[in-house]
Design a protein around this ligand. Structure first.
Ligand code: B12
Length: 290
């Protein structure tokens, strides 16, 4: 007997795992074991993807995991994602990310508990000379592919806020080309209901100011990952002052190089450690109750 993780999928949900061919024919046997499929229900079904008709509904069940008698926990799935990520196994990472979402993880859980730590490990290996720059580039591509193909659509699907909470102009500061974290923050803010103007990477101070004026921004968000480029954040704040709009916008900063103390020292209104905190803080800055 296996304890399997099972989840009900509707027929329209894009789900494909070439590694798991349905060995199951028909639904009768399944229904007799598990009449109301629920995540984590123990049953004797074989692993894989199973489809059957229940009334008018086409049901697909994804059976995953597994050691006899124990279910693969999300923690184990996260660890597997990290390993596959560092092997640059694109398909393996995507399959496991889908598994984690199917197992109840939110897109942000997947980012913060597996993808981001894997990226940080890639950075450590780069520092130690175990990875070359080319490997960092591939790691960046892998992260982006998983975001674009799976997590951004999932975040958008789950977000769905109708009203606009405010306008955020966001970008990675001049000299800095890191855009993964900034793009995640932009996506999460959009999903929470903010109107987000993403200026991209390598953004000079005058472009932040121009966009803040043009879009009547409530918040200016800056990202920096290099200790050299984070100094640019102060230049942006100075440019906002010179343009006479510093008191009209709130400034939030973030990125691996930045700290709370640094944010205070340059006169930013807030520092956001990750995308979820960024959303919470942006709401607080505008006095929006959560
Ligand atoms: C991937 C990567 C790259 C990729 C970037 C691909 C891309 N499209 O972004 C490439 C290969 C291009 C790259 C290049 C370089 N990199 Co690089 N890179 C990284 C790496 C491994 C991961 C960064 C990442 O994407 N993390 C994942 C995301 C999700 O995390 P995050 O960015 O921190 O974002 C989260 C939070 O910080 C926060 N956040 C981010 N932005 C914002 C903004 C706001 C407003 C808020 C509120 C929150 C917020 O929320 C995000 C989501 O939770 C880091 C290592 C590390 N530990 O960070 C090194 C690292 C940042 N890179 C480094 C270096 C040295 C370089 C290069 C100079 C290498 C070289 N010799 O050429 C170049 C610089 C190029 C340039 N001018 O920018 C160093 C920086 C050292 C330092 N302290 O200055 C690091 C730390 C690696 C290392 N350990 O040496 N890099």
């Amino acid at each position: 007997m296996f304890t399997v993780s099972c989840r009900k999928f509707t027929g329209s949900e894009p789900f494909a795992d070439p590694g798991l061919q349905p060995p199951w024919r028909g639904g009768k046997q399944f229904r007799s074991i598990c009449p109301s499929p629920q995540w984590g229900t123990p049953c004797r079904a074989k692993l894989g993807v199973h489809s059957f008709q229940l009334g008018t509904e086409l049901i697909r069940i994804y059976m995953t995991s597994v050691k006899a008698g124990s279910m693969r926990t999300l923690e184990e799935v996260y660890n597997a994602i990290k390993s596959k990520f560092l092997e640059f196994d694109f398909d393996g990472v995507k399959r496991l990310v889908r598994e984690a979402l199917g197992g109840g993880a939110s897109p942000n859980d997947v980012i913060e508990h597996s993808l981001r730590p894997a990226m940080e490990e890639a950075g450590r290996r780069f520092e130690k000379g175990e990875f070359f720059l080319a490997e960092l580039v591939v790691a960046g591509d892998l992260f982006k592919e998983v975001m674009d193909e799976i997590l951004v659509p999932e975040i958008q699907k789950r977000g769905g806020s109708a009203s606009v909470l405010g306008t955020v102009v966001i970008g990675t500061v001049r000299g800095d080309l890191h855009d993964i974290g900034k793009s995640i923050v932009a996506t999460m803010l959009r999903a929470a209901g903010f109107n987000v103007i993403d200026l991209g990477v390598d953004v000079p101070p005058e472009k932040f100011v121009e966009a803040a004026v043009q879009y009547k921004a409530d918040i200016v968000g800056m990202s920096a990952l290099l200790t050299t480029t984070m100094l640019e954040m102060k230049n942006v704040i100075d440019a906002l002052k010179q343009a006479g709009i510093r008191d009209k916008v709130k400034v939030i900063v973030g990125g691996a190089a930045v700290t709370e103390e640094y944010a205070k020292s340059i006169g930013a209104d807030a520092y956001g450690e990750d995308a979820v905190k960024a959303v919470k803080i942006c709401k607080e800055l505008l006095g929006i109750k959560t």
